[in-house]
Design a binder for this molecule. Sequence first.
Ligand code: PHE
Length: 466
Amino acid sequence: MSEKSKFSGHFGFVMAAAGSAVGVGNLWRFPYLAAKDGGGFFLIIYLILVVTFGFTLLTSDIATGRKTQASAIHAYDQMDHRWKFLGVLTFLVPVIIMTYYAVIGGWITKYIVVFLTGHGAEAAADDFFTGFITSPVESSIYAVIFMVLTAIIIFNGVEGGIEKCSKFMMPVLIVLIVFTAVFSLTLKHPDSSGRVVTGIQGLGVYLKPDVSGMTVSRFLQILLDAMSQIFFSLSVSMGIMITYGSYVNKDVDLNKAVSQIEFFDTLVAFLAGMMIIPSIFVFSGKDGMAAGPGLMFVALPKVFSAMGGFGHIVGAAFFIMAAFATLTSCISVLESIVANVMEITGKPRKPVTTVLAVVYTAASVIIALGYSKFYVEIPLPNGTVGQLLDLMDYISNSFMMPFISFLSTILIGWILKPQWIIDEVEVGGVKMQRKALYTFMVRYAAPVIMILLFLQSTGLLNIILK
Ligand code: PHE
């Protein structure tokens, strides 16, 4: 077998891993949750959870990858032969996510085109988004473009593809988000009664902890919202960080790398909130924070259009930033599938990538057609009704991830013991920071929270509490 591919060093790895972590989850889901869950109160809870749970899960994944030098299936097989099934389950998460991630990437690409060609005002119309996703040909074409782009990067390998494009896109993304976030603080607009609402007031809504009407069950809900966001946002428990960890050289200090990835991911989420909440607040008031894709593809274009001429530039900047965030995440999903398949079959990168690209181009088209030709209404266990994309998202994120996380913390905390991970972090004489915290988290706190999360997202918690 040829020499294993690697990242060139610390910076390349952190940019690639942060690239995977920073995605649409940071840009729309985090601001939406912050607005819904008490502003600053959510921010505090989220921060505490990132440096405890987030840190534990991310360290476990990355150290597992580096220690075993393998992706999920072979990694779990090496950890304990009887737990190979957990590797297979973990592998299935990106396998499912990949069916729809390029579809979302396609939507974003469409909006870049719309804003760059000066048609931003049209995107502000109520039925523009629905019109686009229900048009079978157009939505499929954009999904295919995004899928092919992803495959080309993966085809070029770890250093020449993933690392190179992350090192370019992530810094650009930071510049764009700082620019749009600061700009949104300068906004002013009169509300229906003629009173001028400012971006700074919107910032207050975002940052001020709102605990009015707090009950135990609401607190629990906020806790679980923050927890599930951390999972999704850090790309943990889906084998992606195991694969990326397997490309990290032994001389990289994992303490530092993990802290930097957490910091980067949280910073972008925080700035996204600082950009989105004030701008929606200024133009549509407190009730403007619609859930789901509606926020990004319906509410924001309205805001950009209300900004006048400059709105085109801000809109284009926003969607370019979103495309970079989505592309660096999408490549990590495909990479972890490719890496597992390469390990299982022993075949080289290029043919494996080519075959998977064909398979997923077809899958993406099917999911994209889930809003037109293959429209269905599927009742999900958490009480919502979704189309094909929502079904895939539900299975991977709400159902599989907490379950996998629960099992992997049991494996690491109780069967292999936390020292197994600590030893890897301490390779080469570095001292693992937050060691006691890690041990406590992986053995006790994480398994309990994972079970709660699993019960909540499958709707079982409501049944039990009733
Ligand atoms: N971490 C990404 C985000 O925050 C989402 C993601 C999920 C990326 C799965 C890759 C794989 O949006």
